[in-house]
Design a protein around this ligand. Sequence first.
Ligand code: ZN
Ligand code: ZN
Length: 318
Amino acid sequence: MPARPNRPEPVAAGMVAISTGRRNAYLVVLVVLPVLALAAAVVVVWGRGIGARDVVIAGVMYVISIFGISVGYHRLLTHRSFKCRRPLRVGLAVAGGLALEGPATLWAAEHRRHHKYADRPGDPHSPWAYGDGGLALLRGLLHAQVGWFYTARHRSSRRHWVPDLLADPDIRRLDAAYPAVAALSFLLPAAAGGLWSMSWSGALTALFWGGLVRYAVVHHVTWSVNSIAHTFGRRDFATRDRSANVRWVALLTFGEGWHNWHHAEPACARHGVLKGQFDASARLIRCFEQVGWAHDVRWPDPARLAARLEDARAGPAG
Ligand SMILES: [Zn+2]
Ligand SMILES: [Zn+2]
């Protein structure tokens, strides 16, 4: 892969310019604030620790946010890996919104562009964007983790990449209600902490752990799929990109770290398809299917899976 030290941003169809004001907002909300929250968490733990109540509230918020991104935003809305009843579709989209990674249409548009150009010019967040060498790769990892939110002068056009989602009145309404969902992402843990402890201080610590710190952790866990799982790990399947399987990323993201198979078969509802690859999100989709809430689930086809493995073993991956 040729090194692109200055990383010229290719502007193609399907991209629109981002205003300076919006780039600055991305810088604050997506780059700076989560880092400050994580630093504050370390200081607070050091000084006074974290109570069991806040651990539970933050844990529940984490599970809702990560499943919202993995099962809702990613597998349901972006890749259409399954269909489901309207209340569940709306519920999963709201859960995804609670992760504070942007409205569903914007998230899905960037991610569909990622799949089309993965690790090639046009990919919004490839860790290989600056080249393969040591420092270039380090710079690329930072770019894939959070840097691209600020450095990108263009984002994916929703009209180009997600016309199906724009045609869905529920999703359009949720896009419009995104600021309210974002507020809920902080109000929910604060209310839970306040009611549980019947105190303002309980609301405040839950707001900190279940709101602020949880959102920072969820962000960096999610973005590690873009950085770590495109750089390190096993590549069991031959794909045109450098997607790989990373166990710890898969555990934290509830299955999203089995990223190599995901790039091999993006619409598949299960990402962890090999022995020992636990995929909590696929388990949840299976539960939805069993109780009749989800249908037309795209489970892996054993024959295709075997053929893909055979392909990878026969020739060099990539
Ligand atoms: Zn990827
Ligand atoms: Zn994907």
